[in-house]
Design a protein around this ligand. Structure first.
Ligand code: CA
Length: 242
């Protein structure tokens, strides 16, 4: 992350409805954050550029545009955690948000307490994601994963992964050869208190496979263990593949 770690995390809160933004801004302050409000997509991008917030809370429907475009634009510039606020609880909307690189989403009307605990969980995880800098890259056939450097290369070519995709890959690679359960992945990569659908996981697995040039049916890397979870194949298993 580009911004230095602040004692009081700065949260860019993009929301045009005052009935939501005013009370929740106060809740954020009480919870020990430094909220900065933006009411439009344009203001969001401008403030993002100027203030380098530690976290973005992003409403999807804005008067001058779509929050999804703001998400794409922020992702292009930074790895900052993004939590989306969506009025629609449809699966498609949620999945689309996650595919754009948001870390998580909350469906409106939301509970302030719940959103604050999600923000804390996401921030905690992103600060914990700073691993031992001395850890050497892990090589599995033509895949090289440098966990401290947060890079992955296939056949010498760097692949561009979202923050979550990288976290997921790192978790699988750390456990290479072992089955990692869906629940375990949700707990370690997303939220310790995750009780929801694991659809998010499937979306990220699919994206990761695509970027690694892997497939569900003829997997070189990520094997599906039906009804349980996934296994990142150890080199000897990959070598046995035709
Ligand atoms: Ca709105």
């Amino acid at each position: 992350m580009e911004s230095p770690e602040r004692a009081t995390p700065r949260i860019l809160f993009v929301e045009d409805e005052e009935s939501i933004s005013e009370p929740f801004t106060r809740s954020l302050e009480k919870a020990g954050f430094e909220p900065v409000n933006a009411r439009t997509a344009a203001a969001a991008l401008d403030l993002f550029e100027r203030l380098s917030p530690d976290f973005v809370l992003l409403d999807l429907s804005l008067p001058d545009g779509d929050g999804r475009d703001v998400c794409i634009e922020i992702r292009r510039r930074s790895d900052v955690p993004i939590l989306m606020l969506t009025a629609s609880g449809t699966e498609t909307d949620r999945v689309v948000g996650l595919e754009l690189g948001a870390d998580d989403y909350v469906v409106k009307p939301f509970s302030g307490r719940e959103v604050i605990s999600r923000i804390r969980a996401i921030l905690r995880r992103s600060s914990m994601a700073t691993p031992d800098p001395g850890m050497s890259p892990i090589e599995i056939n033509d895949l090289v994963v440098d966990i401290p450097g947060r890079t992955a290369k296939v056949a010498g070519k760097e692949i561009k992964l979202s923050r979550k995709e990288f976290d997921l890959l790192a978790e699988l690679v750390r456990n290479a050869g072992r089955v990692v359960t869906r629940e375990g992945l949700m707990a370690n990569v997303w939220d310790v208190n995750w009780f929801g659908s694991t659809k998010t996981l499937d979306v990220h697995i699919r994206a990761l496979r695509k970027k690694l040039g892997d497939s569900a049916t003829e997997s070189r890397f990520i094997q599906t263990v039906r009804g349980v979870g996934f296994r990142f194949a150890p080199p000897e298993e990959i070598d046995r593949k035709p």
